[in-house]
Design a protein around this ligand. Sequence first.
Ligand code: WAQ
Ligand code: MG
Ligand code: MG
Ligand code: MG
Length: 255
Amino acid sequence: MQAQTYFSVRMRASQNGSHEEEGKHISGGECMATYHDIPKKADALLDKALHHARGNPDFMQITVEKISSSIEQTEPLSISTHEAATAEEGQLLAKELLKREGVPVEVIDNAYKQMAENSVIRGAMLFDICTGQRVDAGNDRGIRVSRMDWNTDNFEKWAQHHKLPNSPRVQEALTLATKVSQHPGSVAELCWSDDPDYVTGYVAGKKGGYQRITKLKQAGDETGCRVFFVNGEELHSYVHYLEKQPMFIQWRDNQ
Ligand code: WAQ
Ligand code: MG
Ligand code: MG
Ligand code: MG
């Protein structure tokens, strides 16, 4: 569809050495840019890393790669917000919403158990809903979804229409959740931030869309979560989709 050449721009930042040297993960980010926009997009990612609630990084890497496959375009998932008075109430609701998306309760329990054992991961853990097992490499890298973006003007119109804060965090999370959910093998996603000052998270799925929950952890907690529940997918092509298939989110603002 696109006439222009786009580039994938990715950033990762850590403290006390690189991720490979067991440094602490501070921030990551991924977007797509035209050649002309690379400086602007790279600068925004650098800024995100340099002013982060998890701390100041001493290792940063920005990677720019030309995208040669064609870019898909899709509408954002529908959005809803559930108020939770406490993290416990929010977590109970998250489990209920995952069940409604079709994740068996034993698989949810196993994911929470493994989460507690791998609390510092900088990507997503993948769980197969048929076996209940974690199916990505099982290390502290996890899988990073990449090559996705949502034009900020279009996002701002969307946010205004939905009376939501015009926040890059919501923009990034909904972009990621929409791309993940588009794959036929994706059943549901569970996420909350590893940033100590942000306690809202979500469950996303094909039935309920992007379902925000206003409190999933205590303020000050630096433990985040991102889990993708998948249905018997051939892992190699699924991960290839997450990492490599380029996708733009585009909201039709005529609704
Ligand atoms: N691919 C896979 N996993 C990722 C990615 C990615 N591109 N980016 C982040 N993660 C994982 C990683 O393990 C982080 O620790 C965790 O997700 C949380 O990332 O109000 O801000 O960027 O609607 O801190 C959701 C609610 C906010 C937004 C989520 O996540 C709203 C958030 P963060
Ligand atoms: Mg992020
Ligand atoms: Mg992004
Ligand atoms: Mg974070």
